[in-house]
Design a protein. Structure first.
Length: 357
């Protein structure tokens, strides 16, 4: 396949790591950074090694125009604002990919595009293809390139959109039924809830601590109890999703077992991510409103209340002194609380025009 041009919206670790993977595969990433980033040479170390001259632009229209695909690689806190900005520049023939999809952002994008009379496929990934940390404006240390990533297209019948993802990022995408399955496939929010809640004073004091060292057996049991709630909701919707143990095994290549044991195996081999050293962390400010809150709504809709998820939202809101659920600006814009199961299923499979009836 010839080299494809991909607009990467976001210049954080995930955006830069994704751009490095694209460049390594012979494609042409154009990184959009709201403030612009100095220089033009992207440096990657770790799971991806190399350097490439790439375009970095501060103008959204310039990044998107002429791109074969547009990759949204930003925290969910920024999805609505960036989708609003980019929707005016997207055109038929392009594919919009949402990395680490949360809070039905693909539906929001579908609604915005429908308002313009533009139809194009949207792909939602259950998590990011890469993990890592940015070490400089155009430097990233890639921690991992995931072997398997759950994904679906919107509309779900558009198999060509997933084929494009494979052409760009490799044969690592596991097709899931629809956006509902993707919404219940992202394990990061619940994992981060357990990790943050059980280590909150470390974060508040700014201590240096390591994530896998502190996923103890007790924390592991909490993570698996949270996972059981997610799996029960998925079963109520008759959806097949990966378990937390399967996720650890496939993402980090350790033998399956209790999560505490899997975390110790990761730490023993030196895979020990530095954990947040501040309360201002995406583990809470992104994952609670945009990850946990949708799961609680789906649980109530399906008749499977996610009691631990709801308690986590309430406890962290009390600890932070604000209503974290109210930070979600995507769900209210779609009238999500008023959706019935049939309407939600139609939207999740066929995109926003399915509401018209």
């Amino acid at each position: 396949m010839p080299a494809l041009r991909v607009a990467v919206l976001g210049s954080g670790a995930i955006g830069l790591g994704s751009a490095a993977l694209l460049a390594q595969s012979g494609h042409v990433p154009v990184v959009w950074s709201h403030s612009g980033a100095p220089g033009k040479t992207l440096h990657a170390t770790g799971a991806i090694e190399g350097q490439w001259d790439i375009a970095v632009v501060a103008d959204c229209a310039r990044a998107v125009t002429g791109a074969d695909a547009v990759l949204l690689a930003l925290p969910a806190n920024h999805h609505r604002a960036v989708i609003d900005a980019v929707a005016a520049h997207l055109s038929p023939g392009q594919v919009l990919i949402i990395s680490g999809h949360l809070s039905f952002a693909a539906l929001y994008a579908s609604k915005r595009l429908t308002g313009r009379g533009v139809a194009l496929p949207i792909v939602a990934w259950g998590t990011t293809v890469v993990t890592g940390r940015r070490s400089a404006p155009l430097a990233v240390r890639v921690g991992n390139v995931r072997a398997k990533v759950d994904a679906c297209a919107l509309p779900a019948s558009d198999a060509a959109a997933l084929d494009l993802c494979r052409a760009l990022f490799g044969d690592r995408f596991v097709p899931r039924a629809d956006l509902l399955a993707i919404a219940l496939s992202n394990l990061n929010p619940a994992n981060h809830l357990g990790i943050a809640l059980c280590n909150l004073t470390r974060m508040e004091r700014g201590e240096v601590w390591y994530q896998n060292d502190n996923i103890t057996d007790a924390v592991g049991r909490l993570l698996e109890a949270l996972d059981a709630e997610r799996l029960a909701i998925a079963a109520a919707f008759d959806l097949s999703v990966r378990t937390l143990r399967e996720h650890f095994h496939l993402s980090f290549h350790v033998p399956e077992g209790p999560i505490g044991e899997m975390a110790r195996a990761l730490a023993a081999r030196g895979d020990n991510t530095v954990a947040p050293a501040t309360l201002d962390t995406r583990y809470v400010t992104e994952d609670v409103p945009f990850g946990l809150v949708p799961t609680t709504l789906l649980g109530r809709l399906a008749g499977r209340p996610a009691v631990l998820h709801e308690a986590g939202v309430a406890i962290l809101s009390a600890l932070y002194g604000r209503d974290l659920a109210a930070d979600n600006d995507l769900l209210p814009a779609m009238g999500f609380a008023d959706l019935t199961i049939p309407r939600l299923r139609a939207l999740a499979a066929r995109a926003w025009p399915a509401m018209a009836a």
